[in-house]
Design a protein around this ligand. Sequence first.
Ligand code: MTE
Length: 338
Amino acid sequence: MLIKIAKPSALRESDVTPESAYLSRRRFMVGMAGLGAGLALSGSLKASADYSDVPAGDAPPWLQEKISASHRRAVVPHDPEKDRIAPFGDASGYNNFYEFGTGKSAPARRAGSLDTEPWSLVVDGEVNKGGRIALEDLVSPSRFEERIYRLRCVEAWSMVIPWLGIPLAEVIKRAEPTSKARYVRFETLVDPEQMPGQRSAFSLIPWPYVEGLRLDEAMHPLTILALGMYGRELPNQNGAPLRLVVPWKYGFKSIKSIVRISLVEQQPVNSWQRIAPDEYGFYANVNPQVDHPRWSQATERRLPNSLFRPNTIDTLMFNGYADEVAELYAGMDLRKHY
Ligand code: MTE
């Protein structure tokens, strides 16, 4: 099956990224076949990407090497007018990361001191090859890919972000799930000393922040583990050193600073579902027809915007990735499974 970008004929390179020509039309598709040998995408990210306005990061050498050798394999947003890549300053300055506070600017102000090197994760549960593994070793067999995705927050704002990462499916396959594995559960770091939001008496979230996916969602080629964005490593406020990105789901599924990936039999209860089950579900697929109980999900504010240029656009089913993912939910009542 090919994962095809909707209406590729309507796209021009300049529509997708104003500042560079790092995408070409033949890279407008990413496919399951393409994740193997089928789709030849030439060149490394370094060779053509222009992120000259993006502040240099401070990635350890192993990560820098992986980033430099990235494939440019983009999933390109569908609407040439509206799907412009957000400036780096917006993507790294307007965040949700409750471990560092609830305000949108708090993560950028407070997450800088999070120590992400070295970092290790536990892969466990229904797997034959589990255990603690250094991040470097977890990702070393995979080549990084650049994926340009829309990120649609349940709060009705969105941005287009160029991520760098690896398909989650590759990590799961290497862990060798047993026949009992039906879901994947993720946990964020708990470290109140480094994460002031976890020290707050007003915090709503029972730490750790938890998320989950059905196994077929986790294995879908659009689902990635990101270690970078805009041609560099992730800033801490965006979930360094490793976060999930599931572009057809509301942003809260994209859990940050992951320390545990568990293959499990039972559907996990995610953090927002635990706090407000009437408002946030397990699936959290972007769906303009199912409103949040307190606001409409029919439209979104595409950032950056301003008072004079609200930049309100229609929200698309599955965030515009319906051709790729709708079949995962065939026969399901998406009002019930919100
Ligand atoms: N992961 C953790 N651990 N803690 C959080 O508070 N917020 C989520 C998600 N991942 C969150 C998290 C929400 S609500 C959104 S919209 C996205 O991160 C925001 O990602 P961004 O800040 O990179 O745009």
